[in-house]
Design a binder for this molecule. Structure first.
Ligand SMILES: Nc1ncnc2c1ncn2[C@@H]1O[C@H](COP(=O)(O)OP(=O)(O)OP(=O)(O)O)[C@@H](O)[C@H]1O
Ligand SMILES: [Mg+2]
Length: 164
């Protein structure tokens, strides 16, 4: 494990399955108000990670790329909701402000692909994952967090991945 900066960590995924598994570990922990920002180029694995997160959270809906609707909603048997926003097509953070992210976060956790495009519209506190293509099968993830709650999430995720 490479420590990038205090409180951040790096993990290399060697397959889409491994990426989904990392996502599942994170998804299990999420509660309303949690924000997961995903930053990385086309094919970095953002949607693949979201699939794992949704599955770990308990969604019975399958994940799709929110290409036409901006935000996808996934549901769970207890009627809780998980939100998935893809900011790829947004031209400015202002377009995201119209979404009323605070209202979304009252309802459930929020996952954001291309989070860097709308960072100014997002809450101050979040878990952020920088995702980078290494080769066909490998991706590099650097995880960092801002704010007390998201730092707890980061620590728990790191412990799940690497052991305490
Ligand atoms: N270790 C890995 N982790 C995640 N995806 C991987 C990995 N190795 C190969 N892949 C493949 O890379 C592709 C990742 O696509 P995915 O849609 O998740 O990326 P994305 O970051 O959401 O891209 P986009 O910006 O186009 O939405 C998939 O085809 C997946 O099978
Ligand atoms: Mg995607």
């Amino acid at each position: 494990m490479a420590v990038i900066e205090k409180g951040s960590f790096e993990v290399i995924s060697r397959s889409p399955t491994q990426t989904r598994r990392i996502g599942m570990r994170l998804g299990e922990m999420l509660i309303p108000g949690d924000v997961i920002g995903l930053e990385g180029n086309l094919g970095a694995g953002k949607t693949t990670l979201v699939q794992g997160i949704a599955s770990g959270w308990g969604s019975y809906d399958s994940v799709s790329s929110p290409t036409y609707v901006l935000v996808n909603v996934y549901r769970r048997l207890d009627r809780k909701q998980l939100f998935h926003l893809d900011a790829f097509r947004l031209k400015s953070p202002e377009e995201a402000i119209d979404l009323d992210i605070d209202a979304i976060l009252d309802q459930g956790p929020l996952l954001v692909e291309w989070a860097d495009k709308i960072e100014e519209a997002l809450p101050e506190d979040f878990l952020w994952i920088n995702m980078r293509f290494i080769n066909d099968e490998q991706r590099d993830f650097i995880v960092h967090a801002r704010g007390e709650r998201h730092k707890i999430l980061l620590k728990r995720l790191r412990e799940e991945i690497y052991g305490a």
